[in-house]
Write a protein that binds this ligand. Sequence first.
Ligand code: C5P
Length: 237
Amino acid sequence: MNHAERIIVALDLDSKEAIENILVRLPDVRFVKVGMELFYSSGPDFISFLKDKGLKVFLDLKVHDIPNTAYRAINVLSKLGCDLLNLHCAGGLEMMQRAREALQKDTKLLGVTQLTSTSQEMLNQQLKIPGTVDECVLHYAQLAKEAGLHGVVCSPREVKMLKSELGVDFLTVTPGVRPAGGQLQDQKRVMTPREAILAGSDYLVIGRPIIQAEDPYGAFADILQEVEEAFDEQTIN
Ligand code: C5P
């Protein structure tokens, strides 16, 4: 795989025009993430627009519904030609299995374990799930694997645990990545691109450090270089 494909740029901007402008400045980007705001406002045509540009697309809609509705939703989204889709593991095994059956073409399906906004206290007190966040993440990831999903979205800090328990082929897609010395914004427990790749992360989801940079082209190039160096480091060790 071309290493540029490892970096999924989160297009968290509020208009199609803003995205067109940023994409012109990012000719080396191969993979982008479209979130709910953009999809709900710009719709399926926007996915075709990105695909026509030759980009890979992760459509981050975090589906969560009864098995039949999840099947139908994932089926429609998969037919749009999305490369990655996701759903909440909390929807249970049958929902994940049905959604997996709905995939068309080469779409891969990821499970969302626990959002990084879920704290230990929230897990135990509000959601009434006992145990630690890590235990819950591992349990949900095991369920996702049992359902035949291709991997999970997780914190880079969970990658080592998940890879050692579920195998290296089970994909880990990680937000919460910040270049060394970069601003954290609202991300709290971050890793650098190098650390995330060395931990075993397959894809890094990075938004603001690239799309809000004064020089997006340079910001992406620096991250790509760090990713390439991390792969070289892995090969040497
Ligand atoms: O700008 P930044 O690099 O923080 O963007 C990260 C992207 O990944 C955002 O689109 C955010 O919604 C998403 N994400 C996240 N943490 C999760 C799941 C998704 O930051 N646990």
